[in-house]
Design a protein around this ligand. Structure first.
Ligand code: AGP
Length: 612
């Protein structure tokens, strides 16, 4: 939700800011803008729409300078418009601000500032920050102190970048509950919401914690706590290279990320088994027999795709371990007074590690004495830092808004956790463990096979049904969870209405919506439920539906009821979700492609949902 970037050094900052904003567009693309210090003025260019619009504006109305801040917006307060685009600035144009987050008490502050004569130009909450800093500045505080005092007054979340014409050799950054790093270069320094924005220039950064400020100059960075005390932090070195944040020949990040899945799964498996292959090692997480025997409930909490990965875990843990497992989307969990205590293991799952609802759920769980295990992709993110234990999903950068490889990595994490707990508590024997491990070792190659073989078939199917307006996904058990993920993917990138249904529920209402040529995706990979789901497919066929089935190799009788079938390689029943989901990702991708949608940046969405 909004990306910010800042530069101070010897180069013209404008190309640095634009490149940075392009890498941060996954965080929002409603509008974009830059503020650049040149001489004793700040030049501001901002416009509605994507960063390309801003680049065009800058071609017509160029500015340059050696210090600047930039912003790409996902609108919360005020519609996407030129005026609501960041940076926002003080009435005398001396102070410019970019902000990611939400100022909850902005209306009170605005009323107070208006009484003092401040004139607001936008409908945003952020503009109050610019005027409040200005107010303190006019009272005689220096700019750093003015920012610090402002932070004491504002409630909510923020990652901030601030420029002031009277301090041309510095920019100020601060964070609370929205991510911000300070990138460290040679004779130049940066601020950014995320490392891809500055990876062309540096891999070293300070990761700011809540309520910390940075005074950033070209050749130095000073860090402070909210009380103004100088603090020291370790420099973090990112391991990713520039390539990781580029499309590398693929048309879209989403497609690149789909094709990275064999590697992601291989990397996860390679690092998680002991040398003799007889047990699982989870990044040193202490969840041994003693800790596990203290647990009588597991609660899985996440949002969107991460939640569906969690639901895979719920099915597996209940069936293989026998501990009750609740699962909730984080936005519900955090407001429902969940029945958890010190005997509950709460598993929170998040690709970004910054999702506001999931983070709040984590804090709630900790306040109730529960142990929180975070399954997180982004290293050093808020959720990773606040969880009691972290299992990193090793998926690398995921840039497309629609999550693909991160989901697969999360599902593998659920497999590993399930196996680990089942072994520790003696719920499965060594032979079963060995059998599942062998099946897991085949997964990267099997994903590769699906990617190679399924594409032509899926493209044909997409072309056949391109006019469909409604798509139903039906399945049972683990297949039903896969339906939820498939349906979400189709909604978010192809903008098609779709519903996931437990196949057995169809008769209780939704089958009324099936008519001639309604598209139905039937997932039938669970052998034990094969005949049941096949019957449900027959029922929709009888009412005119066209059916694409995703089934396991060998179960050819599905062809009796489906119009087209994609087969996944045979695997252990607990591992089917990972494989069955791959054709669905391709289906959503090619559907969106044929419909001409903006696949990596679907409308109204942002990759990292840092507001509730
Ligand atoms: C997935 O395609 C979505 N873009 C979305 O549902 C996402 O999974 C959700 O917002 C959770 O994000 P997180 O994993 O970063 O917490």
């Amino acid at each position: 939700m909004c990306g910010i970037v800042g530069y101070i050094g010897e180069q013209n900052c404008v190309p640095v800011l634009i490149n940075g904003l392009k890498s941060l567009e996954y965080r929002g693309y409603d509008s974009a803008g830059v503020a650049v210090l040149s001489g004793d003025t700040i030049g501001i260019r901002k416009t509605k729409g994507k960063v390309d619009n801003l680049s065009n504006l800058l071609l017509n109305e160029p500015i340059s300078g050696k210090a600047g801040i930039g912003h790409t917006r996902w609108a919360t307060h005020g519609a996407p418009s030129d005026m609501n685009a960041h940076p926002h600035f003080s009435n005398d144009d001396k102070i410019a601000v970019v902000h990611n987050g939400i100022i909850e008490n902005y209306q009170e502050l605005k009323a107070e500032l208006e009484k003092k004569g401040y004139v607001f130009q936008s409908e945003t909450d952020t503009e109050t920050i610019a005027h409040l800093i200005d107010d303190y500045y006019k009272q005689g505080h220096d700019i750093l102190e003015s920012v610090r005092k402002t932070l004491e007054r504002i409630e909510g979340s923020y990652a901030l970048g601030v420029l002031c014409t009277d301090y041309p050799d510095q920019l100020i950054a601060a964070r609370k509950e929205s991510p911000l790093i300070v990138g460290l270069g040679k004779g130049e320094n940066f601020i950014a919401s995320d490392i891809p924005a500055i990876l062309n220039y540096t891999k070293k950064a300070y990761i700011l914690d809540d309520k910390e400020l940075a005074l950033v100059k070209a050749d130095s960075v000073s860090l402070y706590d909210i009380d103004g005390n100088e603090i020291k932090k370790e420099v973090y070195t990112y391991k990713w290279d520039v390539e990781a944040a580029q499309k590398s020949g693929y048309d879209h990040f989403m497609l690149k990320e789909i094709y990275e899945q064999p590697k992601v799964v291989r990397d996860n498996l390679a690092q998680r088994f002991s040398e003799d292959g007889k047990s699982i090692e989870l990044d040193g997480i202490k969840l041994g027999r003693a800790e596990l025997e203290n647990i009588n409930l597991i609660y899985i909490v996440a949002c969107g795709t991460a939640y569906y990965a969690g639901l895979v875990g719920k099915y597996l843990l209940e069936r293989m371990v026998g501990i009750p497992v609740n699962a909730d989307v984080a936005s519900e969990f955090r407001y429902k007074e969940p029945l958890i205590d010190e005997h509950t293991l709460v598993i929170v799952i998040s690709q970004s590690g910054e999702t506001a609802d999931t983070h709040s759920a984590l804090k709630l769980a900790k306040s109730k004495g529960s142990r929180v295990l975070g399954i997180v992709n982004a290293v050093g993110s808020s959720i990773a830092r606040d969880a009691d234990d972290v299992l990193y999903t090793l998926a690398g950068f995921e840039i497309a808004v629609a999550s693909t490889k991160a989901f697969s990595a999360q599902v593998v994490a659920m497999y590993l956790i399930t196996l680990h707990i089942a072994m520790e508590l003696g719920r499965i024997d060594n032979d079963t463990f060995e059998e599942i491990k062998q099946a897991m070792d085949l997964l990267p190659k099997q994903i590769n096979d699906i990617l190679t073989k399924a594409v032509p078939k899926i493209r044909r199917f997409v072309n056949k049904y391109i006019g469909s307006k409604n798509v139903f996904y039906i399945g049972r058990g683990l297949d039903y969870v896969v339906c939820m993920e498939g349906s979400l993917k189709l909604k978010e990138i192809a903008y098609l209405h779709s519903e996931p249904y437990a196949a057995g529920e169809l008769k209780h209402g939704p089958i009324a919506l099936i008519e001639e040529a309604t598209l139905v995706v039937g997932i039938v990979t669970q052998e034990a439920l094969f005949d049941k789901t096949k019957s449900n497919i027959k029922e929709v066929k009888a009412r005119g539906a066209k059916v694409l089935a995703i089934a396991m190799q060998g179960n050819r009788s599905i062809e009796e009821v489906a119009d087209d079938v994609i087969y996944i390689p045979r695997t252990h029943w607990m591992l089917t979700s990972l494989l069955a989901n791959i054709p669905q990702q391709l289906f959503a991708y090619y559907m969106a492609l044929e419909l001409g949608e903006d696949i990596d940046k679907p409308r109204n969405l942002a990759k990292s949902v840092t507001v509730e």
